[in-house]
Structures are given as structure tokens and as C-alpha cells.
Design a binder for this molecule. Sequence first.
Ligand code: PGA
Length: 257
Amino acid sequence: MSEVFVVSGPAEAGEYVAEILARAITTNPETVLGLATGSTPLPIYAALAEKVRTEGIDVSRVSGFALDEYVGIDPAHDQSYHHVIDAEVTQTLGLNPERVHVPSGNPETLESAGTAYEDAIRAAGGVDWQILGIGANGHIGFNEPGSPLDSLTRRVPLTEQTREDNARFFETIDEVPRHAITQGVGTILRAGHLFLLAFGAHKADAVARAINGPISPEIPASAIQSHPHVTVLLDAAAAAGLAPADYTVVEGVVSAV
Ligand code: PGA
């Protein structure tokens, strides 16, 4: 575990990560981003889009790989991660859509889709910077509790808790798919640097177990402890299960980068 920062809120965390990514893209225009969906990463994408606009950063050769996709959802559905990544990342940042990848949730090609996705990540040179949220049950991507720590991209069942957590994006919980295709924990650990962000009291227990608990498939996010380059960004509520010695409080985020 490299560093755990407590910041004043999501906007500050987004600004912090966006500043690092903006510098990385300026240095290496072929930077490969690992993209998360959900509410947590949105401030990163908003802050990075602002920097791309105001600083004129060339993102035409940046690549992106999403963590996951629902199985059996129409890619045109507004809650498919194909659609969400396109709307929230590709369009917002102005990336080349041909360089932005989301695993295929087509049920008929699932067996080969995992290998194909691993191959595509490898062909791009690997993910440089991986953005992660964390589920209230400790999942990363859709690697639910029990996921092997060396797992690769594959089809997985979703827990009822995750389906309930994501029901807010659908009309009814019955519409929430029961399976997903996700990068494995092992896939995620291959990225050069991990950013894990969490906000709110409902994440505090998962965060504490991810950072201080044993490294265990029961809390897939605990695998980040074995990665040499990790930045965890939390608000005070999400850090409530940690001891003050576990983290650094950061104020005036940008100057701290
Ligand atoms: P959230 O989801 O960002 O919408 O809280 C995080 C996750 O489930 O990984």
C-alpha cells in the first residue's frame, strides 16, 4: 500500500487524480487508462475534461479499458457500461472511440470475450493508471467476495447486495442483470498504478477491511495491499473505520500533488 489520503470530498479527490492523469498524458500521449463506472469516478472525469479543455491536452492517442459490463444488456441500453463509458468518459474527455474498450456482455460469445479482452489490454501495452471504486461488500470491478485474487476477465454472478446497490440506476431491481463480465482481480493488479476512491459512511467498513484486513478473496479490494503503487483517496466518512495513523489528511489538494 503506497498512500492513503483523506480529502474534503469527491471534488478534491477528482481534482487530485485528474492532475496526475493530465501530467501523465502530457508526458506520454499514448497513456492507457483503466476506467471505472459508478458514481465515485465521475469527479475525476469532470476535472480531467476541464483540464483537457483549458490546457489543450492532446488525448487523441489515449486508450481506455473499462473494468466491466453487464451480461445480456443491450449495449445501447442507457445503463450498459458501453453506453455509460461512452457518455461519461469518451465524449466528456473527447477520446477516440476506437481506443476505448468495454468487455462484451454478449451471452453468446462470453467464453472467448474474457480472453479477447485480456489480449486487447496486453496489445495496448497494459493499463498505466487504473481508477477503482469499491463496493460496500469490498468488490472491485464486479469481483464479488470469493473472487480469486489471481482471476482474469471472466463471467461472474452479481450478489444481491450489488444488484440492490445498482437498482437506483434502473426502473426496478428486476431489470438489474444477474451476471457481469469483469476484469479479474489479477487483471487489475497488473496495472501500473491504482487509484481507489471511496466516499460516504456506507463504504467505511469495506475500506477498513481493504486497507487493514487480511488480504483475502472475501474482500477482493484487499488485494490492493499487494500492489506497490496505490493511492487511496477517501472522504472523512469513508475513512471512519481507519486509525488516524493509517492516513494523511490532505488540504489544498493540487499543491500536494
Ligand atoms: P459507486 O460504486 O461508485 O457507484 O459507489 C462503486 C462500486 O461498486 O465499485
